[in-house]
Design a protein around this ligand. Sequence first.
Ligand code: NAD
Length: 419
Amino acid sequence: MEKGSVFAMALEQLNSAAKLLKLDDNILRVLSHPERELTVSLPVVMDDGNIEVFTGHRVQHSSARGPCKGGIRYHQNVTLDEVKALSTWMTWKCAVVNIPYGGGKGGITVDPTKLSDNEIRRMTRRYTVAIMPIIGPHSDIPAPDVNTSSETMGWIMDTVSMMRGSTVLDIVTGKSVELGGSLGRREATGRGVMFNTIELLKRLDKDPKKTTVAVQGFGNVGSVSADLLSKEGCKIMAVSDVSGAYYNPNGLPIADMIAYCTTSKNRLLEGFSAAGISKISNEELLQLDVDVLVPAALEKQITIENAEKIKAYAIVEGANGPTTPDAERILIKKGKHVVPDILANSGGVVVSYFEWVQSIQSFFWTEEEVNKNLERVEVDAFDAVWTLAQREKQDLRNAAMMIAVDRVAKAVKARGIWP
Ligand code: NAD
């Protein structure tokens, strides 16, 4: 496996849960391999007439419990290894919240900030056709991830519909409401982060109104997490994006910062100013003296290099894979609580599931119904993980993984190995 492999990190977490579960080695071998990996070349005619060839992937880790489900990422650092890891985490995420999906993920190695909207649209349509043989409403359903949005999902849905000759709404989730998307989907991941944070604070007997928070990443997940936590009374002391980190010990005006990003270049906080705000580095944000840290950007942000310096007593993983296993061991040793990604950021896939159900039934729920159902799923899942962690004297990741891996392993066993 390549150096610094993210998939190796996912396997390490799986092996740890398998050991605790005394999982049959045969089943562990099955779960250690994604079912299907597809790599595609994407020639795109650029606006200047030249042809660029991008590389894309779609990986299906497991369909044991249902169709594969997972986002599509556009980022310059996307690799097959990363997509394999992300698809594996999706399997556990769907299992820990007990929705009938397996895990999948996709990505294109591209810096979309360097492309025009038309170039991104053409690339998206080409990618869709390239992965069409393996996606479908009952086999693999994509959704947004880093640098993709409801607009991207609309293009994917339209491309599949054009190729099939009829409208296929349930091919993706995270669509705009006009295209059969679910109310509350855009905010769902951040809302799930908020529910998980509040549940943790309750278990630790802490008052949200006396809680300080730092959020790394101010995209879909980070901005909504910051907004909803501030509405619960938490003081958001710092947020960041690729343009740097913004800090005010008295609390940041999150609603104004979100409004600023709707029109700013590349939706970044760059240039935002308000009384009392100073600029710090992303590394300083991670090490701030706050109660709760929400990493909501990318993988491997909390590593062996900085784990000792993290002061927050709670780390709620908005992003996928932000904490390396070595770093997590340090945090746990210091008595900190890490709410793992597969639980903390599961709100998005839960409402994706609600969207898929609504699309199939052509019967749509109110936003209040969506949010209420999401709260029930998230609170129940947190409670199951917390209770198991207490009973087995395990950290929250091991407990979440034990629940998830056990459910997937039982499904694999019940189906048997074909043929
Ligand atoms: P996004 O593209 O909307 O936002 C990503 C944010 O992170 C941007 O603000 C970007 O500037 C910032 N960022 C990137 N690198 C950074 C760095 N080194 N330091 C600080 N900020 C940095 O993406 P998103 O959808 O919010 O996804 C963020 C994370 O959450 C990813 O790990 C993703 O897999 C995970 N996630 C997303 C969803 C979803 O529904 N969108 C669901 C579950 C998990």
